[in-house]
Write a protein that binds this ligand. Structure first.
Ligand SMILES: [Fe+2]
Ligand SMILES: [Fe+2]
Length: 167
């Protein structure tokens, strides 16, 4: 059973993962409004991934004999100045998440919760991957100078499919 402090820290992150999901879902709407269905598809997969993260933590708390608690979620932004601005926001957000996962790991170490440390290792690697992927798209968007290049990138991002990792 997680300590009260550990349980509260994971619950806080469950709600933050749902907040992340809402930001990316809001970007789905933004990209559709910009006539960029490939970007919207990519963000739809990102939304599903964040819900998967929230559920993974939710199920962990229950399995560990704790209580998962849901709270009010802040409203996500609704508009961005450009596709680049949206992806720069996504990158800045993922960096915040990485910091939060690292803090969670420190709480697990301080609470001597070994099971939770093992559980959180997956998220530590996942955040490295997320930052790299989003950063790659930010760099590509910086190279985009005309509508043609944006169209090609949109076609690229249209191919992303979210599949739940095997347990
Ligand atoms: Fe996440
Ligand atoms: Fe993420």
């Amino acid at each position: 059973m997680p300590t009260k402090r550990m349980e509260e820290a994971i619950n806080d992150q469950i709600n933050f993962e749902i907040f992340s999901a809402n930001i990316y879902l809001s970007m789905v709407s933004y990209f559709e409004s910009q006539g960029l269905p490939g970007f919207a598809n990519w963000m739809r997969a990102q939304y599903k991934e964040e819900i998967f993260h929230a559920m993974k933590m939710f199920d962990y708390v229950l399995e560990a004999g704790g209580r998962a608690t849901l709270t009010a979620i802040d409203a996500p932004p609704q508009d961005w100045d450009s596709p680049l601005a949206a992806f720069e926001n996504a990158l800045a957000h993922e960096k915040i998440v990485t910091g939060r996962i690292n803090n969670l790991m420190e709480v697990a170490q301080e609470e001597k919760d070994h099971a939770c440390q093992i559980f959180l290792q997956w998220f530590v690697s996942e955040q490295m991957e997320e930052e790299a992927t989003v950063s790659d798209i930010v760099n590509k968007l910086k190279l985009v100078s005309d509508g043609g290049a944006l169209f090609m990138l949109d076609r690229d991002l249209a191919t992303r499919v979210f599949t739940e990792p095997a347990a």
